[in-house]
Design a protein around this ligand. Structure first.
Ligand SMILES: [Ca+2]
Ligand SMILES: [Ca+2]
Ligand SMILES: [Ca+2]
Length: 331
């Protein structure tokens, strides 16, 4: 703990110079979409198994992809099948993705208002399994995280709800509410109403939520009986424009992807927000939406939405750059 604070202090005093001298660059681990001008692959989230292999869900095909950082060629290990809803074929667009302690893989599926599960035995490149319903009633399902008791928490994005479902799944219940808020982005036209986007627990069981609408992060403590306390504002900053995925590194520092800014930022325990890296529309960060650490290396999913700092010079598309990809940095 003391080392962490010393680091934070040193960083604060040195500011940008520290980053320029000491910070390694972001690079691309793998280009997920060879036809990125057509956006044939779109990913929003990333997680890792205990062996350090990476997993992402593709909105377009429903495929659940596995990337071995040492081999890098993605393989399909599972799938979220399309569904017929109100007479239309609806894609199972995967948002947040996470493993439970048994090694089953879970994906938040906003179009289905569900979290689906790919059982460990069905994670198979030879015979990709089909993910099945695990939690229902999760409107807007976006970020997901497990607590230490194996309960799954799900964010409801613009509705501000945080849902919880037990280890056996079923209908989720609302355990807390982030107050609704909508803001017009700096482009002067885009409405940003997502108040509960990514979520993560720290080592002590406190939940952290990115509030994209406010450019903020909320903290929530839970009582022993599971009751949620009121959300407490940890920080609010213009550096958190587009705050989406978030994850702690092995030193307990909180990292956040700021998608609108093509940026990675770090938040100290007392709520100071520090820029780690940011780039223009050509990448390597292109609307980064989630981050996961494997050892000392962070892997980041590039969603490549054409918006904010990811827009190309004509201001309509984001055809520059590599498109859907996994980026990496070893800070
Ligand atoms: Ca998200
Ligand atoms: Ca791009
Ligand atoms: Ca590409």
């Amino acid at each position: 703990m003391r080392a962490m604070w010393a680091w934070a202090l040193a960083f604060g005093l040195c500011g940008c110079a520290t980053m320029q001298m000491g910070s390694p660059a972001v690079s691309i681990l793998v280009d997920l979409d060879p036809a990125s001008t057509d956006r044939t692959v779109i990913v929003e989230s990333i997680t890792a198994d205990q062996q350090g292999q990476l997993y992402l869900a593709d909105w377009v095909t429903g495929n659940i992809l596995r990337v071995d950082p040492r081999a890098t060629k993605p393989v399909v290990v599972g799938r979220i099948a399309n569904r017929q809803i109100a007479g239309k074929s609806v894609r199972g667009e995967g948002r947040g993705i996470a493993f439970n302690s048994q090694g089953d893989l879970f994906v938040a599926c906003d179009p289905f208002s569900e979290v689906v599960r790919l059982k460990r035995a069905d994670i198979n490149p030879e015979k990709p399994g089909i993910a099945e319903t695990f939690a229902t009633g999760t409107d807007g399902a976006n970020g997901i995280a497990f607590d230490r008791k194996g309960n799954l928490y799900v964010t409801g994005a613009r509705n501000g709800r945080i849902y919880r479902v037990g280890p056996a799944g079923g209908r989720a219940v609302v355990v807390l509410q982030v107050e609704l808020h909508t803001r017009i982005l700096p482009d002067g036209k885009t409405q940003q109403p997502i108040v509960a986007n990514g979520i993560v627990f720290d080592a002590s069981g406190i939940l952290y939520i990115t509030d994209t609408a406010r450019g903020a992060i909320w903290k929530v403590a839970f009582a022993d009986d599971g009751r949620a306390g009121n959300p407490i504002l940890l920080t609010q900053s213009s550096l958190l424009e587009g705050a989406d995925g978030l994850e702690f590194d092995r030193n307990g520092r909180l990292w956040v992807t700021a998608n609108e800014r093509n940026a990675l930022v770090m938040v100290t325990p007392d709520g100071k927000v520090q820029e780690i890296v940011t780039n223009g529309n050509k990448g390597p960060l292109e609307f980064p939406t989630a981050i996961v650490f494997v050892g000392g290396t962070a892997y980041i999913s590039n969603n490549d939405t054409p918006r904010g700092d990811n827009l190309d010079t004509i201001g309509k598309t984001s055809l520059d750059g590599i498109g859907a990809a996994v980026a990496q940095i070893t800070p």
